[in-house]
Design a protein around this ligand. Structure first.
Ligand code: ZN
Length: 58
């Protein structure tokens, strides 16, 4: 079974799986989304289990 790239994972899970801090930094830098469920932030939606825009337009 191939190991999934951290960039394609939900951060919420990646962190539980003791992801490397340096890999996480790249994903959270310039965060655009925040996870409604666990409060983590990431630049890409796909890295969060319940993403909402960090800076909402309304
Ligand atoms: Zn989450």
């Amino acid at each position: 079974m191939a190991k999934k790239d951290i960039a394609d994972q939900c951060l919420c899970k990646a962190i539980e799986c003791s992801a490397k801090l340096n890999d996480l930094r790249g994903l959270v830098r310039d965060a655009q989304y925040i996870c409604k469920k666990c409060g983590r932030a990431a630049a890409k939606k796909r890295n969060l289990c319940s993403p909402v825009k960090l800076y909402s337009e309304n």
